[in-house]
Ligand binder design. Structure first.
Ligand code: FE2
Ligand code: FE2
Length: 164
């Protein structure tokens, strides 16, 4: 791999991480009543997303939707089959209960995402107006309607937001 390809990968990871972090900072600024700082964090996060996508494009990381769904399924499966179980076990052995919880939420949600992506792959080309609903607590994603209780974290229906 050339140095530039490696750097594109590093830059993509860095910009992706920064954009998520700055969105979290925007939310905190909003909660604290600092509207201007919140808008700034949102704008910075949007710019970082643009740069992340530009880097990903140069890495040939964006393919046809059929291939992208396959890539998404592979990624999600890797997360719940290998990555998160190891992280959960490490956190358990260190007695880090909060890490166990957040990894366990994510682990369950990755299974959920893999199933949704598989369904979308099988149904590719069949379009309907069903929205997707995302649990604000754990990220569980539902198609068509939000459940009364989140199957992963037990949050109530009101905890779900539509994914735009
Ligand atoms: Fe996922
Ligand atoms: Fe949830």
């Amino acid at each position: 791999m050339s140095k530039s390809a490696r750097n594109l990968q590093l830059a993509f990871t860095g910009e992706s991480e920064a954009s998520r972090k700055h969105l979290a900072f925007a939310k905190r600024a909003e909660e604290e009543g600092f509207r201007k700082a919140s808008r700034l964090f949102e704008a910075v996060a949007a710019a970082e997303t643009i740069n992340a996508h530009n880097h990903l494009k140069e890495l040939d990381g964006i393919q046809s939707t059929m291939d992208n769904l396959r890539a998404a399924i592979n990624g999600e499966v890797r997360e719940f089959a290998i990555k998160y179980p190891q992280m959960i076990s490490d956190a358990e052995s260190e007695g880090h209960g909060n890490a166990v919880r957040t990894f366990s939420y994510a682990n369950e949600v990755e299974k959920n995402h893999a199933a949704l992506c598989l369904k979308a792959l099988e149904e590719l080309g069949i379009n309907n107006d069903d929205d997707y609903y995302v649990c604000r607590v754990c990220g569980y994603t539902a198609e068509g309607e939000a459940p009364d209780d989140c199957p992963v974290c037990r949050a109530k229906k009101q905890a779900f937001m539509t994914a735009q």
